[in-house]
Design a protein around this ligand. Structure first.
Ligand code: BG6
Length: 473
């Protein structure tokens, strides 16, 4: 593979695919505890087995390699490495990830490793998780263990997956543990501590003399306002602070967005945890690349009458709910009559890929970007011949990829694209009915057999055509 070849692959997260939740010395994670009996786990599913990547990783990596993919993004389970969150290292956890990394390299896949994807060790969650400042140093200590164990072979690292969305679901929606709802103080505090933790881990990585690159992964929240919105520029300013600037400014520019503290103070939101010394941490912890997960935009309008409320749909077709929020005197999410939504009420808007990339380039310059996730969740049942004809997924992903390529042609520095997900896996509170995989997994069969869907072959062809057209000269 040439050093500057575009990376094409798929992305997963440890809790969503590994299973083996209590094997080989793994400690409890916050999702193990939540999914075992919390009534807010409304579909009753757990990640105990999922697609059992822990025991099937060679088969999955073989499938990716045969699909012409040249990279694989996965996350490390903190509680598999440090069962209590801090202290003693579980050597069997290290062995497992060594095997995954080595097998990726053997098969020609560049490992792209995320340290934290939503799933805190329960011991850390019980101390308040990222709402507790101590978690920053715990995270950095865990990062050091990973850099020392895997840093000789892993050249692409991400600190935290979607710090904002994790904070949002855990503290605003309340569907992720620890299930706080519309808690603005806690939401901003968690986002802030995650930003400091990420910057410290980046600075540590850079100080260790390792030869790879390190970034953070953000859920792209490209903000647009509807035409009838009053004071659209003000709405956009507020929404960018709420959705993305705290992550982007701290990690790319190395500074807190200037408008953040006055905005929080004016809204009586706690700022007591913001420390002057952290400004130096942000400066020292600038990322090498940005990971961008692209699913939807934030389509907003003004909102001044009525209550603050949040809505979410973890029931899919069983519910008519859309995904969104209304915050009194800030904004509300609204409908664009011209765009479709998936059955979980999320907008499908391929152009947000182009708009998000162009906006990042406009604001932050030539930062290298990886599209670390993009995909389509659907209900799926194989036909009588066992095949899944997922034409909707193909159409949807093709639209997003076309927009990514257009942004590259218009100057955006995009280095790779990861399909969410290479195989079917657990979809957080939604359970297993919402499938994203390019490969079908039969969750009813204890052997968890895998069958490539139509999209798997489409993706392989797309990658090969891209290489032929753009990289063979
Ligand atoms: C991303 C997450 O936000 O979206 C993944 O990083 C997640 O972990 C994916 O699975 C799809 O979301 P969901 O809730 O439909 O599974």
């Amino acid at each position: 593979m040439s050093a500057d070849a575009f990376l094409w692959g798929g992305a997963t997260a440890s809790y969503q695919c590994e299973g083996a939740w209590n094997e080989d010395g793994k400690g409890l994670g916050e999702w193990d505890v939540f999914s075992h009996g919390n009534p807010l786990n409304i579909n009753g599913a757990t990640g105990d087995v999922s697609c059992d990547f822990y025991h099937h990783f060679r088969e999955d990596i073989d499938m990716m390699a045969s699909g012409s993919q040249n990279t694989f993004r996965f996350s490390i389970s903190w509680s598999r490495i440090l069962p209590e969150g801090t202290g003693k290292v579980n050597e069997k956890g290290i062995d497992f990830y060594n095997s995954v990394i080595d097998y990726c390299l053997e098969k020609g896949l560049e490992p792209n490793v995320t340290l934290f994807h939503y799933d805190l060790p329960n011991a850390i969650a019980e101390k308040g998780g990222f709402a507790n400042r101590e978690t920053i140093d715990d995270f950095v200590a865990y990062a050091r263990v990973c850099f020392e164990a895997f840093g000789d072979r892993v050249k692409l690292w991400a600190t935290i997956n979607e710090p904002r969305y994790y904070a949002y679901c855990s503290n605003m929606v309340g569907n992720y543990p620890p299930n706080h709802s519309l808690d603005f103080d806690r939401y901003f505090k968690v986002c802030y501590h995650e930003a400091v933790a990420s910057a410290k881990a980046v600075a540590l990585y850079h100080s260790m003399g390792l030869t790879g690159q390190i970034g953070i992964v953000i859920d792209s929240c490209n903000v647009e306002t509807s035409p009838e919105t009053r004071e659209p520029e003000l709405i956009k300013l507020k929404a960018d602070l709420f959705y993305d600037q705290l992550v982007l400014d701290t990690s790319i520019r190395g500074e807190l967005p200037g408008a953040l503290v006055p905005f929080l103070r004016e809204n009586d939101i706690d700022t007591s945890y913001i420390k002057f010394e952290d400004m130096l941490t942000f400066q020292r912890g600038k990322i090498d690349f940005l990971g961008l997960n692209v699913y939807n935009r934030m389509y907003l309008t003004d909102y001044s009458e009525g209550e603050t409320e949040v809505f979410h749909n973890n029931r899919g077709a069983w519910s008519k709910k859309k995904e969104g929020i209304r915050i009194k005197d800030w904004f509300e999410t609204t409908d664009d009559p011209n765009t479709k939504r998936n059955l979980w009420g999320r907008e499908i808007y391929p152009k947000c890929m182009y708009n998000a990339l162009m906006e990042i380039r406009g604001r932050y310059g030539d930062i290298p970007v990886y599209i670390t996730e993009n995909g389509h969740g659907c209900y799926e049942t194989p036909g009588p011949d066992g095949r899944v004809e997922d034409d909707d997924r193909i159409d949807m992903m093709q639209g997003y990829i076309d927009n990514m390529i257009k942004a590259m042609d218009d100057g955006c520095n995009v280095k790779g694209y990861y399909a969410w997900s290479p195989m079917d896996l657990y979809s957080w509170v939604n359970g297993y009915e919402k499938r994203y995989g390019l490969v079908y997994v039969d969750f009813d069969d204890p052997a968890r057999p895998r069958t490539p869907k139509k999209s798997y072959y489409w993706y392989k062809q797309l990658i090969e055509d891209y290489r032929h057209d753009r990289e063979s000269q």
